[in-house]
Ligand binder design. Structure first.
Ligand code: ADP
Length: 490
């Protein structure tokens, strides 16, 4: 059939104006000279935008052409010569375009995915892949299509992968990301990277295929490694700090031991001459070597009193340093309670009598024997009773109550009607060197160590001490000695 030359231009003009077929002409220098309405509707660019420049998209054969808005169109392009070495492009949108719209959309979706997506047939050949797969592995689509999927795996892992694929085809199941395979991928350039893979069985063209989603996890692995490195650094730093601390502890312990040794050495050196001073003053005061004048007696009494005070202080300091360095050991034994309390009370009777006070003792019948360090028990009692005498004005009352507690244990209360202690001081009086400011006022002396030592001694026996007191209403110190249960010697 030949075309009627007279009719042709009119027919052509109608066809082209209808916009069903897009046409474009390009001159030999590659510049677009004409751009028909069909081109505009198929690809999105207007003639104004295109004419005078190069083709905005490559156009050849059956192809997916990218539109101006980034979407793709399935088109068919005919290319033929046009006037002096120019080219004419005739474009029709592929039949069923509306129908394919969803498929095209879906393809775009797959290409936009951040993970590589592949479909592999029953023989393990790649039959479908998205853009990300090309980018991730560095191959073009053409290089990958039809290739065994093992091309994407390092050689050393390929054998295992064959077996793996065989197993999977026997028990195909959906395997979500993260729960399964951690493998290594290999790029075209041979470099490797860690990947995570999820698999799903699919049936395509009547055969069993597998869809694989492959995720590059190198970044995640790197941050995990960084985290681990930080953790390691911290652990090392901590260990280093611990070592330093241990060293420092050892130094402190040594310093403490040296201090204690020094204190006990010095105390010993001080006590010996003090005993001499006290002994000879007592001799003087006994006036065996001749009578003293009133003044001499007064002077000798001062010397005697202050030397005694100094001795008490030295003894207390020594005790405390022994307790604090853990060198004080209890010598526990079973002993009669009544007798021991009497010994302490007698030693204080003279002082109490000066204030017209008689120390009363109320002993529970069952409190017969105590299991404790007898000397230290007497020291506790002496400290509490001598405080009661010190801080109770003339004609006051001091009384001691003792109750049996468990086997060989006792609870003791030392009560007085003295000046009392404000609630705010109840804790502090057990601190070493702590004295409430009434020393000058009442003229009493002390070291401020008595209660600190007392509490340590009670606690070393496994007991507790507490105070109950109000200013002006007197004080009650209560302590327990649990006896054999926790004070038995090892
Ligand atoms: P001190 O050698 O001064 O007696 P202590 O440690 O035995 O040292 O007592 C600390 C302080 O607690 C005393 O200085 C005193 O202020 C107060 N204190 C202790 N016992 C009594 C008491 N029975 N009545 C009033 N105050 C007391």
């Amino acid at each position: 059939m030949t075309i009627d030359d007279r009719l042709a231009p009119a027919v052509l003009a109608r066809i082209l104006q209808a916009g069903q077929v897009g046409f474009a002409t390009v001159s030999s220098d590659g510049i677009v000279r004409q751009w028909g309405p069909g081109m505009e509707s198929a690809l999105g660019w207007t003639a104004d935008e295109v004419v005078g420049g190069p083709l905005p998209v490559p156009l050849l054969g059956q192809t997916l052409a990218r539109r101006k808005d980034g979407s793709t169109a399935q088109v068919e392009v005919q290319v033929m010569p046009w006037e002096e070495s120019g080219t004419l492009f005739l474009l029709t949108e592929a039949a069923g375009r509306a129908h394919d719209h969803e498929a095209v959309h879906f393809r775009e979706l797959l290409n936009a995915a951040p993970d590589a997506i592949l479909e592999v047939d029953a023989e393990g050949r790649i039959i479908l892949l998205n853009d990300t797969a090309e980018q991730l592995f560095g191959y073009t689509r053409q290089e990958l299509l039809g290739q065994p999927v093992e091309i994407l795996i390092p050689a050393s892992l390929r054998k295992g992968h064959h077996e793996h694929r065989r197993q999977y085809s026997k028990h195909p199941a959906r395997r979500p990301m993260g729960t399964n395979l951690r493998l290594e991928g290999q790029r075209k350039d041979g470099s490797r990277f860690p990947v995570e893979i999820s698999l799903s069985p699919v049936y395509c063209e009547d055969q069993f295929c597998v869809a694989a989603i492959i995720r590059d996890v190198s970044e995640r692995q790197q941050s995990e490694e960084r985290l681990r490195a930080i953790e390691r650094a911290y652990t090392e730093e901590l260990a280093e700090k611990n070592r330093e601390l241990q060293l420092r502890n050892a130094e402190v312990e040594t310093a403490n031991r040296l201090k204690s040794e020094f204190l006990s050495g010095v105390s010993h050196e001080l006590r010996t001459p003090l005993h001499t001073v006290i002994g000879f003053t007592e001799l003087l005061l006994e006036e065996i070597e001749g009578p003293l004048t009133d003044k001499q007696r007064r002077f000798a009494s001062h010397i005697h009193r202050d030397a005694q005070h100094l001795l008490a202080l030295i003894n207390d300091v020594l005790d405390l340093s022994k307790i604090e360095s853990g060198r004080l050991e209890l010598q526990s034994e079973v002993f009669p309670v009544a007798e021991t309390i009497d010994e302490v009370v007698s030693s204080l009777n003279a002082k109490a009598a000066l204030k017209d006070i008689q120390i009363e003792v109320d002993l529970d019948e069952e409190a017969v024997e105590l299991f404790a360090d007898r000397l230290r028990f007497k020291q506790i009692l002496y400290n509490l009773l001598s405080n009661a005498v010190k801080f109770t004005p003339a004609s006051g009352r001091i009384w001691l109550e003792a109750e049996a507690r468990g086997i060989g244990g006792v609870l003791i209360r030392v009560n007085d009607t003295g000046i009392g202690i404000a609630a705010t001081q109840h804790e502090a009086i057990f601190d070493k060197f702590y004295q409430i400011g009434q020393k000058q006022a009442s003229g009493v002396e002390g070291t401020g160590l008595g209660l600190a030592i007392t509490r340590h001694l009670v606690e070393m026996h496994g007991g507790q001490i507490e105070v109950d007191s109000e200013p002006g209403k007197g004080s009650r110190f209560t302590f327990t000695m649990p006896g054999s249960a926790s004070a038995a010697p090892n």
